[in-house]
Design a protein around this ligand. Structure first.
Ligand SMILES: Cc1cc2nc3c(=O)[nH]c(=O)nc-3n(C[C@H](O)[C@H](O)[C@H](O)COP(=O)(O)OP(=O)(O)OC[C@H]3O[C@@H](n4cnc5c(N)ncnc54)[C@H](O)[C@@H]3O)c2cc1C
Length: 390
């Protein structure tokens, strides 16, 4: 990149969040450049599950956003040339103890009152969804609106559509500095040269803290590691996305649903399983704070496998072919950080989606695009302001 480039908007980060923002900006005719230090979906978006899970969201703005987002997926399927493997399959959350089932029932009541259909299923009903499931299962909550998607293909598809609409994608190009003069963003300096731009969106995932430092703003994002096992591809065996109640416990910090075993508690282990369109079953997952170390670990791999077989005994008949770890961009309360910063015009944040970024990508893209182009959003994003932490 020799000449100085320019763009109406620069989006930092080519994960599901950055590409969704670029996609919606391009739909409105904006001139967009995605700057990605590695490759598209090389961060958390390429090392995660594809749950579009509504029943796991916090009541209030988080759930409202997720529901809006879920409704946008069918339009993406229509619009994007890449098959994003969207599957409106429904989701089960399994209880292994009476205490967990009580919690799930109470939660289902609140979710229903908020307008989300969540039913409590008996062990027999759970068995009809997942034949051969453990006899220890006491019941489950079932949300028909839960779905799944291929997150990697989602990011690639959104990026390709944005590119078809005129976006430029700079891969292997690291943002090193952001020039601000007279309280306004003017330029983005990258490893490949400078880009003149008056509007910059930080969708840098776990790199967001570094980006914030460039404009002297603390964006409090920590990497939260999650590890996953991948089985050999098989014929369709799992027709819902599945999680254990501990998954919600570790995700939303619900004391009653936290894993009781010390080993699992240390790893933040909660059971998840989904079968992808190619037939592989993804088994998860952990929630660990291990800095920027995105390697898998033997203790976690063993624990995930053991836990998965406790929920679904026939998992033992499948070969595990690989494992991977991703780093969730985690804010102090586990919710996204969306919006502007005080004193720096033209800088926007879309980060901190933690374990929900795939689900929330479409609505984040839409709302941030509105914010950048119109200065206001069709949904209230104030609950996700950076300043809730001050
Ligand atoms: C194990 C696991 C399971 C998960 N399961 C689910 C799930 O089922 N459903 C769900 O909704 N969510 C899930 N998530 C969460 C989801 O993966 C994330 O919330 C989402 O991918 C975050 O997307 P992002 O675009 O913000 O970040 P990322 O995908 O990490 O993208 C950020 C990008 O910014 C780039 N970048 C950083 N700094 C710079 C810089 N200085 N210059 C240029 N580029 C830079 C990075 O290279 C990276 O590609 C899971 C996560 C993990 C780890």
């Amino acid at each position: 990149m020799s000449d100085v480039l320019s763009s109406e908007v620069v989006v930092i980060g080519g994960g599901v969040i950055g590409t969704a923002i670029a996609y919606y900006l391009c739909k409105e005719g904006a001139e967009v450049m995605i700057v990605e230090e590695d490759d598209l979906a090389s961060g958390a978006s390429g090392a995660c599950d594809g749950f579009i899970s509504l029943q796991t969201k916090q009541l209030g703005s988080h759930l409202d956003m997720a529901r809006e987002s879920a409704q946008l997926f069918p339009s993406l399927v229509e619009d994007i040339d890449v098959d994003i493997e969207y599957n409106p399959c429904g989701g089960l959350m399994l209880a292994k103890t009476a205490e967990q089932l009580k919690e799930l029932k109470a939660r289902a009541k609140k979710l229903k009152a908020a307008g989300l259909e969540v039913d409590i299923l008996s062990p027999e009903e759970v068995e009809s969804h997942i034949p051969g499931i453990s006899k220890d299962i006491k019941g489950a909550s079932y949300c028909a609106a839960d779905a799944q998607v291929n997150p990697y293909k989602l990011a690639l598809g959104l990026a390709q559509s944005a590119q078809n609409a005129g976006a430029t994608i700079l891969k292997g190009c690291k943002v090193e500095n952001i020039v601000v003069t007279n309280n306004r963003v003017r330029e983005v300096d990258t490893s490949a040269g400078s880009i003149h731009s008056r509007r910059v969106v930080c969708a840098a995932g776990t790199g967001s803290n570094q980006i914030g430092k460039m404009i002297i703003v603390d964006i409090p994002i920590l990497p939260q590691r999650g590890q996953i096992l991948v089985t050999e591809p098989r014929e369709p065996m799992l027709n819902v996305i599945v999680s254990g109640a501990e998954y919600l416990g570790t995700k939303a910090n619900i004391e009653e649903l936290m894993p009781k075993e010390e080993e699992y508690a240390k790893l933040g282990l909660g059971f998840t399983a989904e079968q992808t369109a190619s037939g592989n079953i993804l088994l998860g997952s952990t929630r660990e704070f291990a800095g920027f170390d995105n390697e898998t670990t033997p203790d976690a791999i063993n624990a995930i496998a053991k836990n998965a077989m406790d929920f679904i005994p026939w998992i033992k008949d499948l070969d595990v072919i690989r494992s991977f770890a991703g780093l969730r961009p985690y804010s102090p309360d586990g919710l996204p950080i969306l919006g502007t910063v005080k004193g720096v015009k033209g800088f926007y944040m879309a980060t901190g989606h933690a374990g929900d970024g795939v689900c929330l990508a479409p609505i984040t893209g839409k709302l941030v695009s509105e914010l950048v182009l119109d200065g206001e959003t069709s949904m209230d994003i104030e609950p996700f302001s950076l300043y809730r932490f001050k």
